[in-house]
Design a protein around this ligand. Structure first.
Ligand SMILES: O=P(O)(O)OC[C@H]1O[C@](O)(COP(=O)(O)O)[C@@H](O)[C@@H]1O
Ligand SMILES: [Mg+2]
Ligand SMILES: [Mg+2]
Length: 338
């Protein structure tokens, strides 16, 4: 065995909390419960090819999308793993229309959990990577169940955020405001082990990630920006960027975080007076923005930092431009001059 330390996610969280003497250990307990949920979902995702798991439930979620069985499963696993620990006062999920109260019989804690239980679920049947995204805030109210008001927050108020990507291996990436750290699930021992310490996204990348099928609905700035990424500029030595688009936000984001570059889901300007967005602020954009900023990157709508947007609705949607700092700043220049 090499001399390097084996650091489980639990040890990492405890050591981070030790650096903050005011910490009560509640966040450690909460994140620990989440890792258990992640392991259970990971096991089920890995068995997704088995007939009893595959198939649609035939229902639609509140966004009018088909819900796959694994979405519901992941949603249930997270709710049931998190509702009794005494750390939370309320939860909110992409799959539930309203906030999820903590059952009467359990103590209420000072944190709130928002999550996308299974992101990229349209890819499950094709064995493409999917993920879970989570975001943790401290309550505003002082006791009892948390309220909707507690959930309608700005990204800068997050205490911790992370995601699990169920890919060729299962990885957990989280931040509690002291860098973004990655852990790989060792299936042999069932533990997440520190594999990517203090991730730093390159300041500029060579890859862009966007659904190019939507070209006709983009604003002029986005269209020009993407066009220019494909150009060769001998004076600056710029070669065309490569396109990679999985269609699973977690997987597209994970690659962007490790390799650098830019992921874009701009608004749809089919009706120029009513631009429409797809990705959810509280369950998708804000947590990934926290992680990317902790890794030295940037997240923006084009003219506003994602972390500065205060949610007005639980299921609010937003454009999301995220990745390497220089790439996102360059995009903002195009967007402002559109
Ligand atoms: O098919 P599109 O429009 O490119 O959308 C892909 C995006 O939709 C999402 O699947 C939405 O997430 P859910 O699967 O959680 O609904 C993102 O993961 C992904 O980035
Ligand atoms: Mg999603
Ligand atoms: Mg989802």
């Amino acid at each position: 065995m090499s001399g390097s330390k084996i650091i489980t996610v639990q040890r990492h969280i405890i050591e981070q909390e030790r650096d903050h003497p005011e910490a009560t250990g509640e966040l450690t307990g909460l994140l620990w419960d989440l890792t258990i949920a992640a392991k259970i979902i990971s096991r089920e995702v890995n068995r997704a090819g088995l007939a009893d798991i595959l198939g649609l439930t035939g229902q639609e979620n509140i966004h009018g999308e088909e819900v796959k069985k694994l979405d519901e499963y992941a949603n249930d696993v997270i709710i049931k793993s998190m509702d009794h620990g005494g750390h939370l006062c309320v939860m909110a999920s992409e799959e539930n229309e309203d906030i999820i109260p903590i059952p009467d019989q359990y103590p209420k804690g000072k944190y709130m959990l928002m999550f996308d239980p299974l992101d990229g679920s349209s890819n499950i049947d094709a064995n493409v990577s999917v993920g879970t995204i989570f975001s943790i805030y401290r309550r505003k109210t002082t006791a009892g169940n948390g309220t909707l008001e507690d959930c309608l927050r700005k990204g800068v108020e997050q205490v911790a955020a992370g995601y699990i990507v169920y890919g060729s291996s299962t990885m957990l990436v989280y931040t509690a405001g002291h860098g973004s750290h990655g852990f790989t699930l060792d299936p042999g021992i069932g533990e997440f082990l520190l594999s990517h310490k203090n991730i730093q996204i390159p300041s500029r990348g060579k890859i862009y990630s966007i659904n190019e099928g939507n070209t006709n609905t983009w604003d002029e700035g986005t269209r020009k920006y993407i066009n220019d990424l494909k150009k060769v500029t001998p004076e600056t030595g710029q070669k065309p960027y490569s396109l990679r688009y999985i269609g699973s936000l977690v997987a597209d984001f994970h690659r962007t975080l490790l390799y650098g570059g830019i992921f874009l889901y701009p608004a749809d300007y089919k009706d120029p007076n009513k631009p429409k967005s797809k990705l959810r602020l509280l369950y998708e954009a804000a947590p990934l923005a926290f992680i990317v900023e902790q890794a030295g990157g940037k997240a923006s709508t084009g003219d506003t930092a994602i972390m500065e947007i205060k949610a007005e609705q639980l299921h609010q949607k937003t454009p999301l431009i995220i990745g390497s700092k220089e790439d996102v700043e360059k995009y903002e220049g195009y967007f402002k001059n559109k």
